[in-house]
Design a protein around this ligand. Structure first.
Ligand code: V47
Length: 390
């Protein structure tokens, strides 16, 4: 399998109904009025934006930035809004990283701590065999008691329960731990994980690459260089991944732009990132409960600026679980082309105060996209088109 998400994007586009290049008129006018006319011309010409321009976009008029991002989004994907039928399994909440932003983690003997056996995880999959699930998304805490065989058995058990399922599992932080217990070089670890059923990697664990924030909020977890190195190795091993940025806590606008440009630089090298997901900080039940959560305006801006700066990442996701349904819908006109999936059971955001439902049905996702004026396109994890309900 090719690791290139950019090549896959071309194949995906060929499966969509033909669409015209969008008219840049409105974006140009709004940008001119907002004093970012020069940036608008560079976007219209398809030129790469700089660090300084990224910072400017974070401070410019939201509607102007949104219109530019919508132009970039419609140039790539027309009116399509991607979603999938997926299921989350958070196999353990035991974690030794003590990240200050996390409400999901538990110490091993703390009330509510759990670790699913591979069979228990497989049972979660079997419970939904009557639904058209194409993907399982598995991310969890770091429980140092789990041996290498656990991770391989987990993949094999899930695959045995539903052989057709695509397993998107293990953030770069989990991969770091898996390599530690495997005591093998990363290429061998990835080969073992692929043989056991791993299909791709989710985007979590990157948080914010700035070392200042790393020290302050998640110092026991890998930092930027290691996260990027593991992602590079995953892509070299032929695995595509997503990428994320956790925003709305103590980070500065400059640190956000730096984060996005470091992702863009790695993508130039590997082409392995499929989707960027800006993750809005949910402070409830965390050590940082006094931080004011990002607002809808912050969320739309995060989507829009990332679409404009990450010119080489095919997709930007408005993750409805985290944004809430109304903002996710609006996100589809502020740079995002994807809203994630049915999910079924989500713990990380709901422990941190998310008030969204635990699941949406396929029909609800169709309605959400159509209501936003988009054509829903069901995709699989690697963005092969499953069905278009025009
Ligand atoms: O790395 C944890 C974030 C991430 C909080 O690839 C929090 O499609 C906000 O990987 N407030 C894990 N964010 C989730 C993840 C993911 C999510 C959605 C889609 C995909 C994908 C991947 O969750 C962590 C961290 O950045 N997180 N706690 C919190 N209180």
């Amino acid at each position: 399998m090719s690791a290139s998400a950019t090549e896959a994007a071309l194949a995906t586009r060929a499966r969509l109904p033909r669409f015209e290049a969008p008219d840049p008129g409105l974006a140009r006018r709004l940008a001119g009025r907002a004093g970012i006319g020069e940036i608008a011309e560079r976007v219209v010409r398809g030129e790469r934006l700089s660090f300084g321009e990224g910072v400017t976009l974070y401070r410019a008029d939201l509607l102007a930035v949104g219109a530019l991002a919508n132009l970039a989004r419609e140039r790539l994907w027309g009116n399509a809004a991607f979603f999938n039928v997926n299921q989350h399994v958070n196999y353990t909440n035991v974690c030794n990283k003590l990240c200050r932003f996390c409400a999901f983690q538990r110490l091993p003997n703390e009330a509510g701590a759990y670790v699913f056996s591979p069979e228990e995880a497989a049972e979660k999959i079997r419970e939904h065999l009557d639904e058209p699930v194409t993907e399982v998304h598995m991310v969890a805490g770091i429980d140092p008691r789990l041996p290498y065989a656990y991770y391989l058995d987990l993949l094999r058990a899930v695959k045995a329960a539903r052989p057709s399922i695509h397993i998107k599992a293990f953030t770069m932080v989990e991969i770091e731990q898996i390599q530690k217990v495997a005591r093998k070089p990363l290429p061998e670890v990835f080969a073992d994980l692929k043989a056991a059923g791993l299909g791709s990697l989710p985007g979590g664990g990157a948080e914010i690459f700035a070392e200042r924030v790393h020290r302050e909020m998640f110092r026991l977890k890998i930092g930027a260089d290691r996260w990027l190195e593991i992602a590079r190795e995953a892509h070299r091993a032929g695995l595509r991944s997503n990428c994320t940025m956790l925003y709305g806590h103590i980070e500065t606008v400059e640190e956000r732009v730096d984060h996005l440009l470091r992702l863009r630089a790695l993508q130039d090298e590997t082409g392995g990132f499929q989707t960027f997901i800006p993750l809005a900080f949910h402070p409830e039940n965390t050590e940082m409960a006094d931080v004011k959560a990002p607002t809808g305006v912050d969320d739309l801006r995060a989507l829009a600026v990332s679409r404009l700066l990450l010119d080489n990442v095919p997709h930007v996701k408005a993750y409805w679980i985290m944004l809430g349904i109304p903002v996710a819908q609006m996100g589809l006109s502020f740079g995002a082309d994807d809203i994630d999936g049915t999910v079924v059971e989500e713990k990380i955001y709901h422990e941190a105060g998310a008030t969204t439902p635990q699941r949406l049905t396929r029909e609800e996702l169709l309605r959400l996209c159509r209501d936003a004026g988009r054509i829903p396109v069901e995709r699989d994890t690697l963005y092969d088109v499953v069905r278009i309900d025009a």
